[in-house]
Design a protein around this ligand. Structure first.
Ligand code: C5P
Length: 236
């Protein structure tokens, strides 16, 4: 299968990691037509931010709901149905077989795509061992990516460093979505394994999730446009 052709502007997902709906609305207004895709995670979702999903979808934007679901199958499937009814485009779940199977069932017939989080990037082999796992990070990421593909999951969240090897495993059938992206010259913050937008695209990422380099820029709109220009250049 051929690589997806996605417009460069749509490949930037701005993480609305902000404390209130008002702060998020102010940032969305500043970013205007420059940004098409937004991510809503724990901080904003639990501060009333899920109301923005429908609002943004109605305004022609796309929304990635990053709630990393994991529960018994019935609860996951019904929760996924509710997120789908809000008009979201992407939703994350943890990459456990039961959870992924239920999520795929819950999104049936909707426009929602399920992204699996294989192993959280804050985990190393020692953390997995302490949590009772037999496999190390790279083996578990690979096993879960294969399971996700078999179960019909639409994409994976991965670090830019994992993108190239996961692309080899899952081909071009799945979307690879990578956080940990930093334009040259911006602060890494707490991200340890970072890549520039151009390198992440070259490594095989379909979508880049970027928070602080846009949110904390003196001119967020200009910061977003610079990332989109870099994506367009790398995708040629
Ligand atoms: O501000 P920054 O660009 O580091 O934000 C990255 C976003 O991607 C945050 O919303 C963070 O929660 C998310 N994320 C991440 N690493 C992962 C999964 C999600 O940084 N492995």
């Amino acid at each position: 299968m051929q690589p997806l052709t996605i417009a460069p502007r749509e490949r930037l997902i701005v993480a609305l990691d902000l404390p209130s709906v008002a702060a998020a609305e102010a940032m969305i207004a500043r970013l205007g037509d420059s940004v098409i895709f937004y991510k809503i995670g724990y901080q904003l979702a639990y501060a009333g931010g899920l109301t923005l999903v429908r609002q943004l979808a109605d305004a022609g934007k796309k929304v990635f709901v990053d709630l990393k679901l994991h529960d018994i199958g019935n609860t996951v499937a019904r929760g996924v149905e509710s997120v789908a009814s809000l008009g979201a485009t992407f939703l994350t779940v943890h990459a456990y077989p039961q959870t992924m199977k239920a999520a795929v069932e819950g999104r049936a017939g909707s426009g929602l795509k399920i992204l699996a989080v294989t192993v959280l990037t804050s985990y190393d082999d020692g953390d997995l061992h302490a949590a009772g796992y037999r496999l190390g990070v790279s083996d578990l990421v690979e096993a879960r990516a294969q399971q996700a593909q078999l179960l019909g999951v639409d994409g994976l969240v991965c670090s830019p460093e994992e993108a190239a090897s996961l692309r080899k495993i899952v081909g071009h059938q799945m979307n690879l979505v990578t956080p940990g992206v930093r334009p040259a010259g911006t602060a890494a913050g707490d991200q340890k394994r970072i890549m520039t937008p151009a390198r992440a695209i070259a490594a095989g990422a379909d979508y880049l999730v970027v928070g602080r380099p846009v949110l904390e820029a003196a001119d967020p709109n200009a910061a977003a446009e610079a990332i989109i220009a870099e994506i367009a250049q790398a995708a040629i």
